[in-house]
Design a protein around this ligand. Structure first.
Ligand code: GDP
Length: 297
């Protein structure tokens, strides 16, 4: 289960406080040390952890928590609030273009979940808003990627524009957008190529697609299971493409939590959705407060 170790360690750190009639400064120091270790072990970015611990401690001291009633309860509340802040405070909805179509470019490393997530989002817009999306297959390096998008399209009954693997991805996108215009599609998803790691050629290609399509959203899909690597990946993509949001996938797995907790603080970009399974319905809006509550258990 996701966050299992982190939840247990945070709960243990707080439980020790709860058992005490009065919380001393030394108790607070011990608790903060345990929280710090729990976050580091969950693979949360070091600088993020440092800031977090300092903020929680300063708030606890500033609010004279130790002298008031229910100090343990108040510290739990501060931790909850600061975890929520760390993840972005509030849910950030999908941006919509004033003029159709809203173009959404999906980027990320190979295997992160771009194709699956494009399908999930298209399906959600279709079923919840009666949208008429089109998906463009712009990953020409893996023939299986195109087949996979076509299969997803059939499954959710959303058309897929593809030109095989012998055409330049930028040209595929150009023609796909022209088809969307003809057919009055209100959303266009561009499924782009991924690599096992970030490389210049891929980034240049993505930048060219961005320049042509001028997308409303560039959603970076990252695998939550990859922890700090996910954060480094996010920084790499963001530096080159200025992404508009992040989708964290595989939160149904036993991720330690580092990616979910660090990405917002490190990149400044909101996590908009989370993937929690392989089915088309397994996509949820990301709510930082609910995630904080879930992490605290
Ligand atoms: P892409 O290479 O980025 O397009 O990644 P895919 O969409 O092909 O996804 C790679 C694998 O991850 C597939 O087997 C997906 O079913 C799986 N996957 C994607 N999102 C999730 C998720 O949220 N949870 C789980 N358990 N698997 C996922």
């Amino acid at each position: 289960m996701a966050f299992e170790g982190l939840t247990e360690r945070l709960q243990n750190a707080m439980k020790k406080l709860r058992g005490k009639g009065k919380v001393s400064e030394a108790d607070l120091r011990d608790t903060m040390r345990e929280i710090r270790l729990a976050l580091l072990e969950a693979d949360v970015n070091f600088a993020v952890v440092k800031d977090f611990v300092k903020t929680v401690r300063d708030r606890a001291v500033g609010a004279k928590v130790l002298e008031g009633l229910n100090p343990a309860q108040q510290i739990v509340k501060i931790v909850d609030e600061e975890l929520t802040k760390m993840m972005g405070e509030t849910a950030v909805p999908l941006n919509k273009s004033p003029k159709i179509p809203t173009i959404i470019m999906m980027v990320g490393l190979q295997g992160a979940g771009k194709t699956t997530t494009a399908g999930k989002l298209a399906n959600q817009l279709k079923t919840e808003q009666n949208a008429r999306p089109l998906m463009i297959a712009a990953d020409v390096y893996r023939p299986a990627a195109i087949d996979q998008l076509v299969t997803v399209g059939k499954q959710i009954d959303v058309p897929v524009f593809e030109m095989g693997t012998d055409v330049d991805p930028v040209e595929i996108v150009r023609q796909g957008l022209a088809q969307a215009e003809t057919n009055h599609n209100d959303y266009v998803f561009i499924d782009t190529a991924g690599r096992l790691q970030i490389d210049e050629q891929l980034m240049d290609e993505l930048a060219n697609i961005k320049a042509l399509a001028n997308p409303t959203e560039i959603l970076l899909v990252v695998d939550a299971m990859t922890g700090q690597n996910a954060v480094a990946t996010a920084e790499g993509f963001d530096n080159k493409l200025d992404v508009t949001g992040v989708i964290l996938t595989k939160l149904d797995g036993d991720t330690r939590g580092g990616a979910a907790l660090s990405i917002r603080s490190v990149t400044g970009k909101p996590i908009k959705f989370v993937g929690e399974g392989e089915k088309m319905s397994d996509l949820d809006v990301f709510h930082p407060d609910r995630m904080a509550s879930r992490i605290l258990g």
